[in-house]
Design a protein around this ligand. Structure first.
Ligand code: SIN
Ligand code: MN
Length: 221
């Protein structure tokens, strides 16, 4: 049977998603995943260390390092004023190309116009999660491209009206691409939990999960 099915595709069902949301399982190869993990280590050792953003009195459980623009709740700035005041690393050209390839894979006819200028790179340990929220600190309504590496996340993708139903629960596994744009761009979404011990041995990350979201901020260069 090995010759008929790629590893990882067996037993994987892709749930129905609202218009504008696309899941492409195993989009990044293990080699690409390892390379991205290497880049993550470089970013994490850069001018602004991974940081748990504060939302009101709480801290997020994920640790975030940003490229291009530094995100904190409600605002993008060039300098990470809530961390150490340093300017974040430039947004790498290869991530623009990867974003366009991702949108092409997702069937977006405007893929070649996509010019993401920020990446929010989140690290999840076993206990980290992310409550239901909208990505709406951007002034652009271009799609969000999400890449996952490491442990599987139980991801909830909902609707634009509120945190409740209807929503779809799906697993984001190592190498998966998830895109949300068009009518799904402002849908609430969150990470219910990370499933420890599920990272494939060849993904480059022994434990935990990396999620990278590419976005267009719509801010002047
Ligand atoms: C996010 O909503 O910004 C991150 C989603 C994820 O970690 O899959
Ligand atoms: Mn989000």
């Amino acid at each position: 049977m090995d010759m008929f099915f790629d590893d990882g595709e067996l037993g994987r069902t892709v749930p129905a998603l609202p218009e504008g949301a696309v899941l492409i399982p195993n989009w990044l190869t293990p080699e690409q995943q390892r390379w991205v993990v290497g880049q993550f280590r470089t970013w994490a050792a850069g001018p602004v260390p991974p940081h748990s953003a504060r939302i009101g009195a709480h801290r997020m459980s994920v640790q975030t390092v940003c490229l291009g623009w530094h995100w904190r709740p409600y605002e993008y700035t060039r300098e990470a004023t809530d961390v150490n005041g340093r300017r974040v690393l430039a947004f790498p050209e290869w991530l623009v190309r990867l974003g366009r390839l991702a949108l092409t894979a997702a069937g977006d006819p405007a893929a070649d116009l996509y010019t993401p200028d920020t990446a929010l790179v989140n690290f999840y340990d076993d206990a980290a999660r992310m409550g239901m929220h909208q990505d709406r600190d951007e002034r652009s309504s271009a799609p969000v491209v999400s890449l996952s590496i490491g442990d599987t996340a139980r991801f909830r993708f909902g609707n634009s009206d509120g945190r409740g139903r209807p929503y779809t629960d799906l697993d984001l596994e190592s190498g998966d691409l998830f895109v949300f744009g068009g009518p799904a761009r402002f849908a609430y979404h969150g990470v219910q939990k990370v499933l420890p011990g599920t990272a494939p041995v060849d993904c480059g990350l022994a434990a935990g999960r990396i999620n990278i979201t590419l976005r267009e901020t719509g801010l002047p260069g």
